[in-house]
Write a protein that binds this ligand. Structure first.
Ligand code: ZN
Length: 256
């Protein structure tokens, strides 16, 4: 057995110990499952468009293959996407905390997209599935005017000792977004800080804006709009409601 074999074995054991220590503390530790081998990393419109955008920037080129292979080996954990931010833990020689800040889309850029795209999207399902007309598809994926971030809008930070501009852990997380968008395409809009509903039609976006003023919808408005119980006001009775056998009108009871 070579020293390399022992080194690799020791590193693997060390990582497993670090992961189980976190799990014992009750921390979430969820691997981002990605296709291994030569299979396509992303299979949907939004996932593939995200990866194509990354690969279009020359300054990322040298770091992307290592990140892609890390992701395929199941080394990206706890990937979270929120407005303007990605975070994940990546297992390299150690567990590294990675965070990536992505500037939200400027209001001007989004309003231009909405103005051009509004009315061209027939349903949220079509939008999220990428079933769009050629013109809108080109607009949304346009490197200058579209939804995807440019390198100057991306800042990253990783706890690893790699001083390269972009380490393989950051690159793995960026590719991980492409994989996650396959199952949750709406997260692209979340990440860029925009509301995809505004693209549906000018009529529906007006209704939403009217209801919520500055876009902040009150819970009661949402309940009325979608018929959803948000679980705060109504208590469901535990006892079954007794059947009234008499034909006489039952006394009206106050609600439980
Ligand atoms: Zn790193």
């Amino acid at each position: 057995m070579s020293w390399d074999y022992y080194d690799a074995r020791e590193r693997k054991d060390k990582l497993e110990r670090a992961i189980s220590k976190r799990q014992k503390r009750g921390e979430r530790f969820e691997v981002l499952a990605a296709p291994a081998g030569q299979k396509k990393l992303s299979t949907t419109f939004w996932g593939q468009a995200w990866c194509r955008n990354l690969e279009s920037y020359q300054q990322y080129e040298s770091r992307l293959p290592r990140g892609r292979s890390y992701l395929r080996q199941g080394k990206v954990y706890n990937l979270e996407i929120e407005s303007g931010k990605l975070s994940a833990v990546v297992a390299g020689s150690d567990l590294y905390e990675t965070s990536i800040h992505i500037q939200p889309l400027s209001n001007k850029r989004w309003q231009e997209i909405v103005a051009e795209g509004s009315g061209q999207v027939s349903s949220m399902l079509d939008l999220l599935a990428g079933k769009l007309g050629d013109g809108l598809m080109q607009l949304l994926t346009d490197p200058e005017r579209g939804l995807f971030p440019k390198p100057k809008e991306i800042r990253f930070d990783c706890s690893c000792p790699d001083y390269a501009d972009m380490c393989k852990h950051v690159s793995a997380v960026l590719y991980g977004v492409g994989v996650l968008l396959d199952s949750k395409p709406e997260l692209l809009f979340t990440l860029r800080g925009v509301d995809q509903a505004e693209l549906l039609s000018s009529a529906s976006s007006t209704t939403m804006a009217d209801l919520g003023g500055d876009g902040e919808l009150a819970g009661s408005d949402l309940s009325a709009l979608f018929g959803i119980n948000f679980g705060t006001a109504v208590e469901v009775p535990v006892e079954p409601v007794p059947v009234v056998k008499s034909k006489r009108r039952a006394t009206k009871k106050s609600p439980v």
